[in-house]
Design a binder for this molecule. Structure first.
Ligand code: AR6
Length: 170
């Protein structure tokens, strides 16, 4: 099975795919950026499942680099996979944690039977990861991960992010 990497400019909340990935924080209880947009558009069903996860297996929150799935609520996707990217550090190399977000999200996507998976540029917003490096890690990790997904779609919110990802794909 071959996996195709695709790029679109737009919002993760508009993607009609089996699973969209949320750039969450470890609380799983919402935030700004992608996270805020997903909870706003997806409605309260997503937060309800996140709260249940916090009341159960993830009492201390979701660790950085891990991923967990919930309903997609009112989104046009079937599932949301929440992952927690690392905050950028100039003094510590956290690249493995960022790669882990993509790997773990694809592992969860496989468990869900997802054939189409949409990712935002994890950590490149509030968490300040440099866009070119974030794009490199995203594309390299997607290419290196064995998955049953047929399409891995990167959804870029602006021209700068789109250009950074396009440079990695070409
Ligand atoms: N669709 C696609 N990409 C988007 C969207 C959207 N609707 N909105 C923003 N982006 P961020 P992070 C881009 O900050 O850096 C939250 O508060 C954005 O331009 O969403 O991993 C969480 O709760 C950027 O390139 O995620 C965490 O606390 C990229 O998506 C924290 O932010 C990621 O930006 C996570 O920070």
């Amino acid at each position: 099975m071959t996996t195709t990497l695709t790029l679109v400019r737009g919002s993760i909340t508009d993607q009609e795919v089996d699973a969209v990935v949320n750039a969450a924080n470890s609380s799983l209880l919402g935030g700004g950026g992608v996270d805020g947009a997903i909870h706003r558009r997806g409605g309260p069903g997503i937060l309800a499942e996140c709260r249940a996860l916090r009341a159960g297996h993830y009492g201390k929150g979701l660790p950085t680099g891990k991923a967990v799935a919930t309903t997609a609520g009112d989104l046009p996707a079937r599932h949301v996979i929440h992952t927690v990217g690392p905050v950028w550090s100039a003094t510590e190399d956290r690249s493995d944690l960022l790669a882990s977000c993509y790997r773990e999200s694809l592992r969860v996507a496989d468990e869900l039977g997802a054939r189409t998976v949409a990712f935002p540029a994890i950590s490149t917003g509030v968490y300040r990861w440099p866009l070119d490096d974030g794009a490199r890690i995203a594309v390299e990790t997607a290419r290196a991960t064995r998955t049953a997904a047929e399409e891995i779609r990167f959804v870029l919110f602006d021209d700068r992010a789109y250009t950074a990802f396009a440079a990695q794909i070409d």
